[in-house]
Design a protein around this ligand. Structure first.
Ligand code: ITT
Length: 188
């Protein structure tokens, strides 16, 4: 089992907290440090392409091992919108705007997807996680970030913003991708 430091390149401190807390509880001897580098984000319909491009774009600057995580919120009725545009849509119309687009719509199927791209000893590895649920009818809860107040995971009644971070971490897309990365690193 490895004992190492990994840099998590992100400007999103909520994501960092979730990841740090999970890695800590996994028992893996890995220290995660947040690094906020200006990353070039390409325009693509694929989270995986975006994540791999980000990883590649800083490979000449960073000699340590590092990873990025790209995530998105996908709504079936809206043909998977906002998806890779989740950050922009959250900023421009927010959860209230998304609920407006869903007014009167019965099909509320939605999911979060997360792609982690890891640069490990000069090689790139990717890990994917997903959580399915529905779009709520109202904004509920004050925890978490982004679309958490309008997402109810399958089999539950509360939104991601109405449960604790530890509880969200048992279900979330990010943690499923992270678990795969932890499994990979445990074998190193
Ligand atoms: P990076 O610096 O890591 O890229 P970001 O906030 O730009 O941070 P992404 O592009 O990966 O992150 O995420 C897109 C958006 O999707 C994010 O800003 C949130 O609005 C939303 N999102 C992602 N994961 C989420 C989660 O667990 N809960 C709620 N919203 C989430």
């Amino acid at each position: 089992m490895i004992n190492t430091t990994l840099f998590f390149l992100t400007g999103n401190s909520h994501k960092f907290k979730e990841v740090e807390s999970f890695i800590h509880s996994s028992g893996l001897e890995v220290t995660v440090l947040q690094k906020n580098l200006p990353l070039i984000e390409i325009q693509s319909y694929s989270l995986k392409d975006v994540a791999i491009h980000k990883i590649d774009s800083v490979s000449s600057e960073l000699k340590e091992n590092y990873f990025v995580e790209d995530s998105g919120f996908f709504i079936d009725h809206l043909k998977n919108f906002p998806g890779v545009f989740s950050s922009y849509v959250q900023e421009m119309i927010g959860n209230a705007g998304v609920l407006k687009l869903m007014e009167g719509i019965q099909n509320r199927l939605s999911w979060f997807r997360s792609i982690i791209a890891l640069m490990y000893n000069g090689h790139i590895y990717t890990f994917m996680g997903e959580v399915e649920g529905i779009v709520s009818y109202a904004i509920r809860g004050a925890q978490g970030f982004g679309y958490d107040p309008i997402f109810i995971p399958k089999g539950f009644k509360k939104t991601f913003a109405e449960i604790s971070m530890d509880h969200k971490n048992r279900l979330s897309h990010r943690i499923q991708a992270l678990q795969k990365m932890v499994d990979f690193l445990s074998l190193k």
